[in-house]
Design a protein around this ligand. Structure first.
Ligand code: TA6
Length: 301
């Protein structure tokens, strides 16, 4: 696949969809995407989408004003790409190494309707040496929605590849205590706030009034965030995902995170889509796993 160069990408982008390469925060390279419906910002650092905004709405994604932007640090907010493990790992960083690697920009595909698709690929790195040979591509499509696809192929001839993946999306909300999260009624979850005790969701809607950190298991359904104060409904559709994580750090956890404002818990909620814990993936030699998430929003009628 031809490696997109700056000129090629900018020349191609003269259609409806536009792409620009700029110096982002912390002088990290950033890709600005503009379409007829929306704008987005993506850092090759972590292949991290940090911003997505439709023209007539508030930003869809939350980005902490205290986030670090450094080669060896994860960005706080947007959509961290969590791979090849989720959560803490003895002696290693939390949530895998993919989110702190600089991904290669492999392809820029402007569509006639003005949509913009960008494909990144995780380069070989020392941290992957203990795993079977694999490739990981991440495809971001920006139009009136934001579509994400994490494609992992086990290139080994004889070793299974066991891993977790998760698109750890931070959504911007008007007031975390005023939203309702639906689509998980009846689903069992591990409650991290209660020592990972297994529970079952009983309410039609999850509301936030304290720290929430739940791994919903064996669930493939769509989750919606109803935000009456922003007058919008956010929809999180997914395929190739059996886990949904819902997280709000609330007060104490917010104060403990140096890259997160003490009061920023009021403006965000994470609804994350992936395959974690008991839903981890065992990929046979030569097989491919595709995690797809489509984020959309609509005004409340
Ligand atoms: O997905 C929820 C969670 O696992 C929380 O427990 C919290 O640790 C959050 O991820 C953020 O993790 P990070 O490593 O980005 O600080």
């Amino acid at each position: 696949m031809m490696k997109a160069s700056k000129a090629d990408v900018n020349d191609d982008a003269k259609a409806l969809g536009r792409v620009a390469f700029v110096d982002g925060r912390g002088d990290l390279p950033m890709i600005e995407v503009t379409t007829p419906w929306s704008s987005a910002e993506i850092y090759p650092h972590g292949a991290h989408v940090t911003h997505f905004k439709k023209k007539d709405e508030p930003p869809l994604l939350f980005l902490s004003q205290c986030s670090r932007f450094a080669d060896d640090q994860p960005i706080r907010g947007g959509i961290p790409v969590i791979f090849p493990w989720f959560g803490p790992r003895e002696g290693l960083g939390q949530h895998g190494f993919a989110r702190i690697k600089t991904w290669d920009l492999k392809e820029f595909i402007p569509a006639a309707d003005g949509s913009v698709t960008i494909r990144f690929s995780l380069p070989a790195c020392p941290e992957a040496s203990g795993y079977p040979a694999f490739t990981a591509d991440y495809i971001v499509t920006v139009n009136r929605d934001l579509a994400l696809k994490l494609v992992v192929t086990n290139q080994s001839k004889d070793r299974e590849f066991v891993f977790e993946n998760c698109l750890h999306t931070y959504f911007s909300v008007s007031d975390a205590t005023a939203i309702a999260i639906s689509g998980l009624n009846g689903v069992s979850y591990l409650d991290k706030v209660a020592s990972f005790l297994e529970k079952t969701e009983t309410g039609d809607a999850i509301r936030i009034s304290s720290e929430v950190d739940r791994i919903y298991q064996n669930t493939t359904g769509t989750v919606e965030i109803l935000d009456s104060r922003f007058g919008r409904r956010i929809r999180v559709e997914k395929s190739g995902s059996a886990s949904t994580v819902v997280w709000n750090p609330w007060i104490t956890k917010s104060q403990q995170m140096s890259d997160f404002g003490n009061d920023e818990y009021e403006q965000m909620v994470c609804v994350e889509s992936g395959n974690v814990a008991a839903n981890s993936i065992t990929l046979p030699p030569g097989a491919t796993s595709t995690l797809e998430v489509r984020l959309s929003s609509e005004p409340l009628k």
